[in-house]
Design a protein around this ligand. Structure first.
Ligand code: FCB
Length: 451
């Protein structure tokens, strides 16, 4: 007997801008990534999502490949600007029609859809009015969400409001390495506040319109002190509040974590009790995106947490430079339950980029990804055995795709994509995943890969 329940979701994940291509097709409005990727120096190699995996046109082929691997759940995101080209106003039926067909096709293949409403591709028209820094965005997001609830809730049973709001706020508005590329601590804090409010308003809209389940996907990573020094231990604790609790505490506890406003100082926005109550709307489940841990050193120049993530020589890393640390997945899942109580969880992203060799005779040998997958599934199983209510595991990603500021240079896919020809080749890790799924999660030991 292994620890995975019979109805476990064995999934794969993607997001709209990263795979679809055709960003302006059929009346869609441009997104902040459409503009950002055209600004010199923003994305490695000047790559854009103009073609990406051409999934907008090839989705049938991609879904068939997924079904062939035995994957029974698919997490995808909707491009807001396809449905509402101006961010609000009239619905673009053609854009909505794409997702309507996608969902039908998934169901016909026996694959459960999990829909993310926002995976970072804000309509440009809304950015021009201040984007996530403008308070009105919360209501606009809820209106957009409602359009989708009305159109798809008869078939979609798992909804996510936002993907990784921490990344949207910090990388988009503080460090500026993601769209819209702003750099201001107070902008980031304000954007975070409005992302939370948008989430809360969308959940409220769902309670009025939807009949299934809704949650949010957050990026979590244990923060470990790099030494026994008190300064490092305190820095790790601050970074834990900043990364792991900034969004979860308001959503699940109705308040911001202790010490967070002090870290931001004058950059911290006014927050009313009414807003906190809206943000605190009950969610049905949580999505966790897990990649690594943070090894933390005190660094007074690093704002706002005075905590810097370091990398240690000799540790195993992915092509992103992220430490391979599967035990952190068990740790963070147990922490979630301990801290916030029992609640259904999905691992909404887990995966790794490696420098895969190109396909040779239809084979892509990616033994590191296969090992990474096994080890993280074992870590998930360990959490299950300790009573965590984990209901599914979504590999990031189904396909090699546009990895944001890294463009096409980082490959996370189970399926290799040749971006010149759009040819798809399942990697060895994809065949391994198929074998694991077939056995319901048995045989996760580091044995030789199946042929
Ligand atoms: C996550 C994002 C996803 C992808 C992976 C590698 O932070 O949600 O789009 O970029 O990282």
């Amino acid at each position: 007997m292994n620890g995975f329940p019979a109805d476990f979701l064995w999934g794969a994940a993607t997001s709209a801008y990263q795979i679809e291509g055709s960003p302006l097709a059929d009346g869609a409005g441009p997104s902040i990534w459409h503009r950002f990727s055209r600004e010199p120096g923003r994305v490695l190699g000047g790559d854009t999502g103009d073609l990406a995996c051409d999934h907008y046109r090839r989705y049938r082929e991609d879904l068939a490949l997924m079904a062939g691997l035995g994957i029974n759940a698919y997490r995808f995101s909707v491009a807001w600007g396809r449905v509402l080209p101006q961010g609000g106003g009239p619905i673009n039926r053609q854009g909505l029609g794409f997702y309507d067909r996608l969902v039908d096709e998934l169901l016909a293949l026996g694959i459960a859809p999990m829909l993310t409403l926002y995976h970072w591709d804000l309509p440009l028209a809304l950015d021009e009015r201040g984007g996530w820094c403008h308070r009105d965005i919360a209501g606009r997001f809820a209106d957009y969400a409602e359009v989708l609830f009305r159109a798809l809730d008869d078939r979609v049973r798992l909804w996510l409001t936002l993907n990784e709001p921490w990344v949207s706020a910090v990388l988009g508005y503080q460090t500026g390495v993601h769209a819209p590329g702003r750099q201001g601590l107070s902008e980031a804090a304000l954007a975070a506040q409005h992302l939370l409010l948008a989430h809360g308003e969308a959940v409220a809209a769902y309670r009025a319109t939807g009949r299934h389940r809704i949650g949010i996907a957050v990026n979590l990573e244990p923060q470990h002190a790099a030494s026994e020094r008190a300064e490092d231990i305190e820095a790790a604790a601050r970074r834990h509040a900043y990364v792991n609790r900034w969004f979860l505490d308001p959503i699940l506890l109705g308040r911001y974590p202790d010490g967070l406003s002090a870290m931001f100082g004058a950059a911290w926005p006014q927050v009313s009790p009414e807003d906190l109550a809206r943000i605190h709307a009950p969610v049905d489940f949580l999505g966790v995106n897990y990649y690594s841990r943070g090894l933390v050193e005190w660094d007074p120049s690093d704002r706002p947490a005075q905590a810097r993530v370091i990398s240690r020589m000799g540790t195993e890393r992915t092509a992103m430079g992220w430490e391979v640390y599967p035990e952190g997945l068990t740790e963070i899942l147990l922490w979630l339950r301990r801290e916030y109580g029992e609640r259904p969880l999905y691992l909404t992203e887990s995966g790794a980029a490696f420098d895969d060799p190109p396909p040779a005779d239809g084979v892509v040998a990616d033994p590191e990804r296969a090992t990474y997958l096994r080890r993280h599934l074992r870590a998930a199983e360990s959490a299950l055995r300790q009573g965590v209510d984990l209901r599914g595991y979504f590999v990031w990603s189904l396909l090699d795709n546009f990895e944001w500021a890294y463009g096409y240079s980082k490959r996370f896919g189970l399926i290799h994509v040749d971006f010149a020809t759009q040819r798809r080749t399942p990697k060895a890790s994809a065949w391994l995943y198929r074998a694991i799924i077939r056995q319901g999660g048995a045989n996760l030991a580091d044995s030789p890969d199946p042929a």
